[in-house]
Design a protein around this ligand. Structure first.
Ligand SMILES: [Zn+2]
Length: 200
């Protein structure tokens, strides 16, 4: 039997995605042996993650704790008639880096993945549909990754958004298949965005 503090850490680590019991105990014993500075840094980062960061009420991107909306949702300079749907906050940042997009975003916080047991209710899909139902949206760009899961998520969203009377577009091909938007170079991403096509 392991001492309780180690058991507790192993248990907590095991709950993280992709970490099995073996990796969890290896990490726990690593932290036990490592200089205190390493575990302190980790503990502090974990605490700050939840006290200093929150999710935007409208788009579910990350924002500073205490703020309801992120900067983009708050901004009157951004076109609320266009919503670009991405998987993760980092994908949104990739679009922001090219600087050519003036609409808003919606972060799904993942993709549909039957293998990992991630269904529609695990993503911010109902919130996206509710947001469109509130009106004022003319186009939704499905900018999920060109992976199998990203495609399946776009296919799932397409009829549901179209049913609300909104134009649905998908990024143009040209992004490396199976790749991650987050790592696409700016020109490729810009081409994919400007060449987006209505889904049929
Ligand atoms: Zn927002």
């Amino acid at each position: 039997m392991l001492p309780e503090p180690i058991q507790k850490l192993v248990f907590a680590l095991e709950r993280l995605p992709g970490i099995g019991p073996k990796t969890a105990s290896r990490l726990a014993f690593f932290l036990l042996r490592a200089p205190e500075e390493i575990s302190n840094q980790l503990a502090e980062a974990l605490t700050e993650l939840k006290t200093k960061i929150a999710f935007c009420r409208d788009c579910f991107n990350i924002t500073t704790a205490g703020r309801e909306l992120c900067e983009i949702c708050e901004s009157s300079q951004r076109d609320a008639a266009v919503i670009c749907v991405v998987e993760e906050p980092l994908d949104e940042q990739a679009f922001e880096r090219i600087g050519a997009y003036r609409g808003k975003y919606h972060v799904l916080q993942g993709v549909l993945s039957p293998i990992e047991g991630i269904g529609p209710n695990d993503l911010k899909i109902a919130q996206l549909l509710a947001r469109i139902e509130r009106g004022g949206v003319q186009e939704v760009i499905l900018a999920t990754n060109p992976s199998m899961e990203g495609e399946a998520t776009a296919q799932y969203l397409h009829p549901r958004i179209q049913a609300l009377g909104v134009k649905v577009t998908r990024l143009a091909r040209g992004l490396p298949v199976g790749g991650d938007l987050e790592y696409a170079d700016q020109n490729t991403l810009l081409r994919a965005l400007s060449g987006r096509q209505e889904m049929s």
